[in-house]
Every structure is written in structure tokens, then in C-alpha cells.
Design a binder for this molecule. Structure first.
Ligand code: M6R
Length: 640
């Protein structure tokens, strides 16, 4: 949540910062701002609203500078407003700070700083950091002067080191999470950055040095990135040099990681929005995610990242999946397959609950943490808890160098590439595909399924990309079904088995991008309460109708599902069905049908999710919503 970017170099910093902010906007879009060092002073512009608002202000006042910091905000402390927008400054107006995270002890620090004469202009937790650095800078400068006076030869600290030392001392007083970038008007060639529990990537480029919350802001400039450890600090110099220091202030040579993602991944590439682009990338994503994971000769699934020496899957007694949001839904589908094929109990829990109770986790538990971003605060804490309890933690993520990759024992990467739309689509399908493969692997290692079974299941998976392509080739029926629901206030999604979990994700997509309230239930449950919500389709006012989106693909429970559809129809519901191509029985029940090609039941969530994503998008567009940046949300939830 929140995106920060900073650049110092030999070129105009404004375009680098604004380009970076545009690419980081999915992290928050309540307000945006930049500070530049311009003629020995800070030039700061901030605006409530999206980055476009800030761009308007920049076009008018045309600030200039080669060193600057920028921020796009998802509000935690203080309402979205210009005064609460970052960068925040100290009393002298010489120091500016951008921050992503939450300073948990900001109230105590605020009080102390006010007592010593500091004056605050915002209600944010971040402003304390600017004042704290100011205080430490003054103290360090006085100390330095005293030392210079007493020993003319002992002036080892350069000016830059003085500022860095002030930031280092300030951050030792902070609790909570932060990624920070700091500039000082008297240091036109320097930026100081640090982080703790919030992401930050840095890199040198041809014309300077850059740091940002996430890779999309960097890849135009460099694909060799440095990730700092918690509470480490780095000095970015305008000649491109980057110096890194551990929390004790000891310099070290950082490791660089080469990022494969291309600039095209961060562009819409002719699509009307990122969600559209990402939905259409799904056949490729599935192909890449499953590629190289099956050995034709031995008919076995390969997970070379997970050697038997690391964890013996025959010995574990339970699997525990932790995740949030869409990743949690992927976990629910994973549970079906792992229990069915691996014959092992699997619990799936939202990380925000798991971390605050006393879960049963032992060295015989395999914990699987799923997070597209690898940054979700609750999932990271769940991982730490599991590690402390002695469990082996397997992380499934899309993001190289992310926090989860540092905390887990082993990492499995999905091959979704950069996902920018706040609503997860291709990452969900990639997670489900990987978990399905992993469930086969579990069964293989535990010898609970045969090689023939594995080969057939894998072959059925390889048919999925083509089936998705077929869905994407003609979306007119999905658009017509969506048009039937645009005016509704609430919708019900029902399904059975993996179809029910597919519905949970379908309902989440609809809620988050169209603001149409939706609930998903296992179809067998609706008679226990939710069926009371159904209002007849005949009502003139469409907002009073309750469309029932019914997932009725060919499956072991198909007949039961048809019976459930009959039940809601008997109560006058408007049924939007998702059925297997050629299914006449469903067509007799309702005229609103979205068809998908026939696929094996275990891969049906991969195919059925696609029309549900498009259905949500069509409704959102018809309701005038911004599908890529839904209100109140941010792509990565880095605060709990
Ligand atoms: O990055 P993560 O997978 O950990 O994110 C988890 C959720 O925040 C995320 O899936 C969220 O629910 C999406 N907005 C869903 O579209």
C-alpha cells in the first residue's frame, strides 16, 4: 500500500518520478506528491486524488530538479487530502520524506517532538519521521562541529554521512513498517532510503540511481535490482553509486538480482485496461506455469525447488494453507485436490485470523503461504508464526525478491508476470494451476495416486489454455448475461465442490470492481438461509431483483446443482447459468447461459473463472467503474 519512488542523477527527475508514480498507482490512489531539490530549496507539489491530478499541477508550475522523491498514497492515518499527502517536511522546510507503511509509535514520537518545539502540519504518522530526522540531523551536525573543533584531523564523516547518520538514528526510534526516501535541500546529489517490513527495490541506471516500492517503476531504467534487509540503509548518489549499510552502520556490498519482467508487462499494450490485458494473458500464464513440471518418461510431476531432503512429504501430518483475498480462494481449491490425491488433512485459513489465534502447527505441518505480491502483511506474519512453531513453509508467489521469498523455507513462483490491475485475475489462475500440480506431486510422493492417474490429470491440465482461448474468442453471451445484472443491488453465486470455491472468487471479483454486492454459497447451503434473499425476476425495478449466478458444469454433482437451480427458479429468481457447451438441459431452464468448453472437473475452476472475471468487468464498465483502480483498494495490502 502506497508507492514511493526516488531518483537522483544527471537528468530531469520529474519525468522519472511521474513515470514511476504512474506505474505504482495500483498501490494506492488517494493522493500523490513530489518534492524536488530546486536551486538549493525544496519544491513540493501535492494533490488529493490520482496521479493525473498531480500531473496537472506539475504542467502548470513546471518544477525542475535532478533529485527528488514521489509518493502515491493509500490513506492509513489521516483522510485523503492535500495536507496529508506526501512528501512531508520538517520545520526548516529543508527535509522531505515519503513513506510506505505505518509508524506504530507515531503518537508518542509526535508528543515528544512537539514538546521540543516541532510544529506539525498534517495528521499523518509519516510527518514524525521528517521532524525526527531534523532533530537527529541537528544533533549530528553539532557533534560533528564539536569534533572538528577539538581535532582538526578527525573529520572522517563526510557531509552525506552526516545526513545518513541522522536518518539511521531516526529509524532506530521507529516501530512499525516503513519504506522511506529522504532528501535534504542542502544535498542536491543524494537520497537516503531505508526499509523495515515494507518493500523497496533500488538500482543504478545509466544516468543516476533510483529506488521504488516495486519493480514496475524501475524496469524502464534498470533490471538489476538490490533489495535491502530490514532496517538497512542506502545512500543513492547522483553518479549512480549506491552505498548500503546494515543497521549498525557497517557498509556492505549488496547482491543484485536480475529481473526478467519486461517494460511491456507494465504497459496496457493496446488493451482498454490492465484487467482486460491480464484476463487475455491467461492461456499463456497457464502454459508457462505448468511448463517443465511433468516428466513424460517417468510420468511424474517435478518440483525441483523442493528436494526430498528439505521436507519429506510422506512424513508430514497436515497441510495448512494461509493467504488473503483471492489467494485464499486459490488455497480453497488447492485443498480439494490435496485431500483427494494426497490423502492428507488440509486446512485453509485467512492469514489475518491464523496469526492472531493459537493454531496447531508443528514440525509435522507443511504450511503453504500464497501471496501474489509476496508483501501482504498478514500472510507474512502467518509465515513467521509458522516458522517459529517449527513448520516447513512453502511460499507461492509471483514476485521475485518480495518479503515472502525471504521468510519462507522454499519458494514456488507462478509465472503470471507483472499484474497491475488491483483485481487479481491471471495470478489467481496461475496459483490454482500450481496448487493443482502440487496436489498431484503430493499424491505422487505419498504414493496415494498412480503414475497413470498423474499423467492423465496433467494432460487434462494442458488442455486448459486452449479452452480459455475459446472462452475469450467470443464473449458476447457473457456481455449479455452481465447486462441482465447491471441494475441489481445484490447477486448470489452458487456452485458445488470446486464450483463453490470458484463462485467465492467470482463474487469477490464482482464486489471489488463493480461495487455490486454479491455473496457466494455452496448450492447445498442456500436452503439454510440465503434463499430468503431471492426477489422475483419479474419485478419492474431491476435493483430489487436478485440474480443467481449458478455454476452448473458437468461434474459429479451436476444433477444436484440442477435441482438447486430449479429451487431458485421456483422462487422466481433470474438465473444466470455457467454451463458446459452443448448442455441443453440448462438452456431449457434459463435463457441466460454462458457456455465454456468441456474440461475435466479438477481443472474446471481454471476455465470457469474466466467468464466470471469477464462478467464482473462488463458489469463494472456498465456501472461506470474504474476496473483497474476500484475505490478504497490497493493492490498490495502491506499493512494489517
Ligand atoms: O498479494 P496477495 O496475493 O497476498 O494479495 C491478497 C489479496 O489482497 C488480493 O488477492 C485481493 O483480494 C485482490 N484485490 C483480489 O482481487
Amino acid at each position: 500500500m502506497c508507492g514511493i519512488v526516488s531518483f537522483t542523477g544527471k537528468r530531469d527527475a520529474v519525468s522519472v518520478l511521474m513515470g514511476g508514480l504512474a506505474r505504482l498507482e495500483y498501490r494506492g490512489y488517494d493522493s500523490a506528491g513530489i518534492s524536488l531539490i530546486q536551486d538549493g530549496e525544496l519544491a513540493t507539489l501535492r494533490r488529493k486524488g490520482k496521479v493525473a491530478e498531480l500531473q496537472g499541477a506539475i504542467d502548470e508550475s513546471k518544477p525542475q530538479g535532478t533529485t527528488g522523491i514521489g509518493h502515491t498514497r493509500w490513506a492509513t492515518h489521516g483522510v485523503p487530502s492535500e495536507e496529508n499527502a506526501h512528501p512531508h517536511r520538517d520545520c526548516s522546510g529543508k527535509i522531505a520524506v515519503v513513506h510506505n507503511g505505518i509508524i506504530e509509535n507515531h503518537a508518542q514520537l509526535h508528543e515528544k517532538l512537539e514538546q521540543t518545539g516541532h510544529r506539525f502540519t498534517s495528521r499523518t504518522d509519516t510527518e514524525v519521521v521528517a521532524h525526527l530526522i531534523e532533530q537527529e540531523f541537528e544533533a549530528a551536525a553539532q557533534n560533528d562541529t564539536a569534533q572538528t573543533d577539538t581535532s582538526q584531523t578527525n573529520t572522517s564523516q563526510t557531509d552525506t554521512a552526516l545526513l545518513a547518520e541522522a536518518v539511521r538514528r531516526a529509524i532506530t526510534q521507529l516501530s512499525g513498517s516503513f519504506a522511506l526516501a529522504v532528501i535534504h535541500a542542502d544535498y542536491p546529489d543524494t537520497i537516503i532510503v531505508s526499509r523495515n517490513d515494507s518493500p523497496l527495490a533500488l538500482g543504478s541506471c545509466a544516468d543516476g540511481a533510483i529506488a521504488a516500492s516495486d519493480i514496475p517503476a524501475l524496469i524502464e531504467h534498470t533490471r538489476d535490482v538490490i533489495y535491502l534487509n530490514d532496517r538497512d540503509l542506502a545512500i543513492l548518489h547522483s553518479n549512480g553509486d549506491i552505498e548500503c549499510f546494515d543497521p549498525a552502520g557497517i557498509a556492505y556490498v549488496p547482491q543484485q538480482i536480475h529481473v526478467e519482467w519486461t517494460l511491456e508487462a507494465a504497459e496496457r499494450g493496446g488493451h482498454p485496461d490492465f484487467m482486460h490485458k491480464e484476463i487475455h494473458e491467461q492461456p499463456r500464464v497457464i502454459r508457462d506455469t505448468i511448463a517443465g513440471r511433468f516428466d513424460e518418461k517417468t510420468k511424474s510431476i517435478l518440483f525441483e525447488e523442493l528436494p526430498a531432503s528439505a521436507v519429506d512429504l510422506r512424513e508430514i501430518e497436515r497441510v495448512c494453507i494461509v493467504a488473503c483475498g483471492t489467494s485464499y480462494h486459490a488455497g480453497l481449491i488447492g485443498k480439494y485436490h490435496m485431500e483427494a490425491w494426497g490423502r492428507i488433512p488440509v486446512d485453509v485459513e485467512v492469514a489475518s485470523e491464523f496469526r492472531y489465534r493459537d493454531p496447531i502447527v508443528t514440525s509435522k505441518t507443511l504450511v503453504i503461504a500464497i501471496s501474489q505480491s509476496g508483501e501482504t502483511a498478514d500472510t507474512l506474519e502467518a509465515v513467521k508464526l509458522a516458522r517459529r512453531a517449527g513448520a516447513y513453509v512453502l511460499a507461492i508467489t509471483n514476485t521475485l525478491g518480495s518479503r515472502i521469498t525471504l521468510e519462507a523455507n522454499t519458494v514456488l513462483y507462478i509465472k503470471a508476470e507483472l499484474e497491475i490491475s488491483v483485481a487479481a485475475t491471471k495470478s489467481f489462475l496461475a496459483q490454482v494451476a500450481l496448487l493443482t500440480l502440487f496436489a498431484l506431486y503430493l499424491g505422487q510422493q505419498r504414493k496415494t495416486i498412480s503414475a497413470e492417474f498423474i499423467a492423465e490429470a496433467y494432460n487434462q491440465m494442458s488442455e486448459v489454455p486452449q479452452a480459455i482461448e475459446q472462452v475469450l474468442a467470443d464473449t458476447s453471451a457473457i456481455e449479455r448475461c452481465a447486462a441482465e445484472c447491471v441494475g441489481a443491488h445484490t447477486a448470489l453465486f452458487i456452485g458445488r465442490g470446486v464450483g463453490a470455491t470458484t463462485c467465492y472468487e467470482g463474487a469477490l471479483k464482482l464486489k471489488e470492481i463493480s461495487y455490486l454486492h454479491a455473496e457466494a454459497y455452496s448450492a447445498g447451503e442456500i436452503k439454510h438461509g440465503p434463499i430468503a434473499l431471492i426477489e422475483p425476476a419479474g419485478l419492474e425495478d431491476p435493483s430489487l431483483q436478485t440474480p443467481v449466478i449458478s455454476l452448473a458444469l458437468q461434474s459429479a454433482t451436476y444433477d444436484k446443482m440442477v435441482a438447486n437451480i430449479e429451487e431458485v427458479l421456483a422462487r422466481g429468481a433470474k438465473v444466470i447459468a455457467l454451463a458446459t457447451e452443448g448442455d441443453e438441459r440448462i438452456a431449457e431452464l434459463t435463457e441466460h447461459v454462458m457456455y465454456v468448453p468441456a474440461v475435466a472437473e479438477h481443472v474446471s475452476p481454471l476455465v470457469a473463472s474466466v467468464p466470471l472475471q469477464l462478467f464482473a468487468r462488463f458489469i463494472a464498465l456498465a456501472r461506470g467503474c474504474d476496473v483497474d483502480q476500484p475505490r478504497n483498494l490497493a493492490k498490495s495490502v502491506t499493512v494489517e
